[in-house]
Design a binder for this molecule. Structure first.
Ligand code: VGL
Ligand code: ZN
Length: 196
């Protein structure tokens, strides 16, 4: 069984969002085109509480882009984004989201970030994504979504580690930084991700 996973296709990463990706809206049309071809469609949502550790606003004296040590992990500080139940956390209205069967919420724990849809950055808690896919006999996964050098990359790398044939659809992803995105794509490819 083949599945399509939409990674964090949420308003805050799109035009006028709080963590807007340049050209992020360009992924919507290609996703709408291919989503019909999949019998199983899963989406991840970045789903942060207001007091989330990744928000610069929760660290007085720090600013967006600063990097903190939280435990033994590097934490990049972001603008507030994808707050649970907010408009910014919704799918864009232009996305054909009708056939999404399952939504996996991540980044819920205030103390730890989660770029991967499979588990948090410390690999402490699983989101249940892998179990869900395996229960549905999924062996091959195609990925689209945002953003290339963070959540798409870490989700795809974990997907390989979980034993799935893992493919990233290039016209369905977008990064914040072109250089970092290209580096991320090289890393994904070198670890066994197919780029389509
Ligand atoms: C993401 C930064 C912070 C992503 C989520 O979806 O790639 N990036 N939170
Ligand atoms: Zn986030």
């Amino acid at each position: 069984m083949k599945a399509l996973i939409l990674v964090d296709v949420q308003n805050d990463f799109l035009i006028n969002g709080s963590l807007s990706v340049p050209g992020g809206n360009d992924v919507i049309e290609p996703i709408n085109q291919i989503i019909k071809n999949y019998a199983l469609v899963v989406a991840t949502k970045d789903w942060h509480p207001q007091n989330h550790v990744s928000f610069a606003s929760n660290h007085p004296g720090k600013k967006i882009g600063d990097v903190l040590k939280v435990g033994n992990l590097d934490q990049i500080l972001w603008p507030e984004h994808c707050i649970q139940e907010s408009k910014g956390s919704d799918f864009p209205v232009t996305l054909n989201s009708r056939t999404i069967k399952k939504i996996i919420y991540k980044g819920i724990n205030p103390q730890i970030d989660s770029y991967s849809g499979f588990h948090d950055n410390g690999k402490i808690r699983s989101t249940g994504l892998s179990d869900y896919l395996k229960a549905n006999n999924v062996t091959t996964i195609d990925y689209v979504g945002l953003v290339t050098e963070y959540c798409v990359k870490f989700t795809a790398l974990d997907s390989i580690d979980e034993g799935f044939k893992t493919r990233v659809i290039l016209n369905g992803i977008k990064g914040i930084d072109l250089r970092k995105s290209n580096k991320a794509l090289n890393e994904m490819q070198s670890k066994g991700v197919d780029l389509l």
